[in-house]
Design a protein around this ligand. Structure first.
Ligand code: TXA
Ligand code: MG
Length: 343
């Protein structure tokens, strides 16, 4: 299949062509502020099936519907609690997905057979405009091949999807860099299913108590079912095995320097780069700059696949603010294989 690359700046005609791909049941790589998505008409079962095929994604892993504003919620959801509108007022457009009861119009193919649906309003002008022009909600998982790190640039989308989809819209690098935070509003108290670009603390400020799903912080044992089906799959994993080294940054850096093999790769904070000269090393950003770490984490993981490193060692931020999401992505890449650097 020929893939069209819509480069910046997009003309009016480009936006119409991109919207026509969605309306016609095609697949389109779309930029969002979190990560790039692999989009299709979320109400068109055949188009949605093609998303699963292009990604190699298990059919029981539901997709998120992307809408241009909260006014679209009642079209696809029912029994919408007041909290949903309060969250939308505070955080949309932005990196927050809400799980709500689905209406019949949303195909079970989209929701992975569930009676609920995830909805989010992404904060990217090109994608908002394409959804409005298409006139349908865009179902979009992250645009990576299943199991690979999520794409945060149009180039990453090209790496995974060139020749497999109708078009890719280049909207620049993603400003947030980790996927949306997912909150389940069908339970009391609301439950965090995936940490993401909106910190848990921001949700708590609006909702009060928020429960945190076990799959967020630990590896589930065999047979245990997470509430977000996607949390059970191996994720974000480079070819080489990853080990996350926790503990205070000076100690984790020293631990990695003392224990890693000569050929091994390293992901570390900027402050410790000089400890690892001679290694394949990726800079996660300054220790205190969580937004920068979020923007870099997937590219750091992805770049190792162009190398032959036999193993990868990663430093990891603490769980405050965006650190919960950055740490979760690193730990999932490591299959929750962690080492504590003793103080
Ligand atoms: O930032 C994002 O959310 C990006 C961009 C493209 O919007 N999308 C994204 O989609 O990360 P995906 O498919 O890679 O991750 C969606 C996660 C999966 O873990 C899935 O299981 C969960 O959301 N999910 C979707 N619908 C759900 C539902 N009804 N109930 C529980 N979990 C759901
Ligand atoms: Mg994904």
């Amino acid at each position: 299949m020929d893939t069209i690359l819509f480069s910046q700046p997009l003309s009016e005609a480009d936006l119409d062509r991109a919207a026509a791909i969605i309306r016609g049941g095609g697949l389109l790589g779309i930029p969002t502020e979190t990560v790039y998505g692999l989009g299709a008409d979320g109400l068109n079962e055949t188009a949605v099936l093609h998303i699963f095929e292009a990604k190699g994604r298990p059919q029981d892993n539901p997709l998120i519907l992307h809408v241009p504003d909260a006014g679209w919620l009642p079209k696809y959801c029912q029994d919408i609690p007041a909290e949903a509108y309060a969250l939308a007022r505070h955080f949309w457009p932005g990196p927050l997905t809400m799980i709500l009861p689905r209406r019949e119009i949303v195909p079970l193919r989209t929701t992975g057979g569930l009676s609920t649906v995830g909805v989010r309003c992404p904060n990217h002008p090109l994608t908002l405009e394409i959804i409005r022009r298409a006139g349908v909600p865009i179902a979009a998982p992250s645009g990576n091949t299943s199991g690979r790190p999520s794409p945060t640039t149009a180039q990453h989308m090209v790496e995974d999807m060139w020749g497999k989809i109708d078009g890719i819209v280049d909207g620049g690098s993603c400003g947030v860099g980790v996927e949306s935070t997912i909150i389940d509003l069908t339970v009391t108290p609301p439950r965090l299913l995936r940490p993401g670009g909106l910190p848990l603390e921001a949700l708590e400020a609006v909702l009060g108590e928020v429960a945190v799903d076990k799959a967020v912080v630990s590896k589930l044992s065999d047979g245990e079912k997470p509430k977000a089906p996607g949390m059970k799959y191996r994720h974000y994993a480079p070819k080489a095995p990853v080990t996350v080294v926790t503990g205070p940054a000076e100690q984790s850096a020293a631990w990695i320097a003392a224990n890693c093999g000569e050929q091994d790769g390293v992901i570390c904070f900027s402050e410790f780069l000089q400890l690892f000269s001679g290694h394949e090393v990726h800079d996660l950003g300054p220790m205190g700059d969580l937004p920068e770490q979020a923007r870099r984490v997937f590219d750091a993981l992805r770049r190792f696949d162009e190398t032959d490193v036999p193993a990868i060692w990663a430093q990891c931020p603490g769980p405050e603010g965006l650190g919960l999401a950055v740490g979760n992505r690193l730990k999932k890449a490591a299959g929750f294989h962690l080492v504590e650097a003793a103080p």
